[in-house]
Design a protein around this ligand. Sequence first.
Ligand code: ADP
Ligand code: MG
Length: 295
Amino acid sequence: MPILSIDNLNKNYGRVQALKGVTFSVPKGSVFGILGPNGSGKTTMLGIIMDILKPNGGTYTLFDQAPDENMRRRIGTFLETPNFYHYLSAQKNLEIAAALKERGADDIPRVLELVNLTQRKDSRFSTFSLGMKQRLAIASCLLGDPEVLILDEPTNGLDPVGIAEIRQLIKQLHQQGKTIIMASHLLDEVEKVCTHVAILKKGLLVANGAVNEILASEDIVEIGAADMPHLKAVINGMNGYNSLKEQDKMLQLFYPVGKTDVEAINKFCFSNGIVLTHLQLKKKSLEAKFFELTN
Ligand code: ADP
Ligand code: MG
């Protein structure tokens, strides 16, 4: 059962088309990254799911049903840096948050422990580092133990230690069986933390699926010969590569990392009457792939 299923979602702000027919599903128990550069529509998408924004078209389901407030109560969110009271303690701020959400008043010690703020629960919010503030925000959305968390750029603005702490926390929550939907503009973050990803580019979905499939790096073997149609015909009869592309009068063969054997390719071509004029192994980095997808 998908936790969230989005079908052909559209959103315009006047002339700006922030989402253009986006469709994907979030499997239960996944850490689902919504990845895209700034302005690609991530926050808009999360805002629609949490009913802060209305879509101009399309539908979505939560827990496989038409969304309503009861279902949204099963989701913990922070969509922006939340407004805590600076002069109040972490404890007091969480008490207020629990009262506002009408859930989790008796859950405060547990969530403080989870985000490692028990020791500092009586300190004023204003004395917290940015990382601690962010952890308190996550504690707030964990109140009442929701099964799903929606986080918008949870590591934004943090230093490396703060980033590592939040990522560790997300992994821990995943291990406890939570489904986590998080927006991020950081490829590296999604690769490290997420099990699934949907990549947005200017409001369009350009890829979605398991991270190890979508963000797998590839090795590319580039080959050329005088008679390109013949080469193509021969290569069509060869196994082992994932896909094939023609570029700049060359053929590019895409292989899983480490699965290339240029010597075997060369031999195969020669034994089929082709003398290669060009044979080159190129490594394609994840960054290059992301850049290609989003630029
Ligand atoms: P992201 O979260 O990926 O950075 P957003 O969803 O915030 O992207 O924005 C998507 C697009 O919609 C951007 O072009 C942005 O400028 C535009 N946009 C977002 N919010 C508004 C708004 N309230 N009014 C007008 N345009 C907006
Ligand atoms: Mg955003």
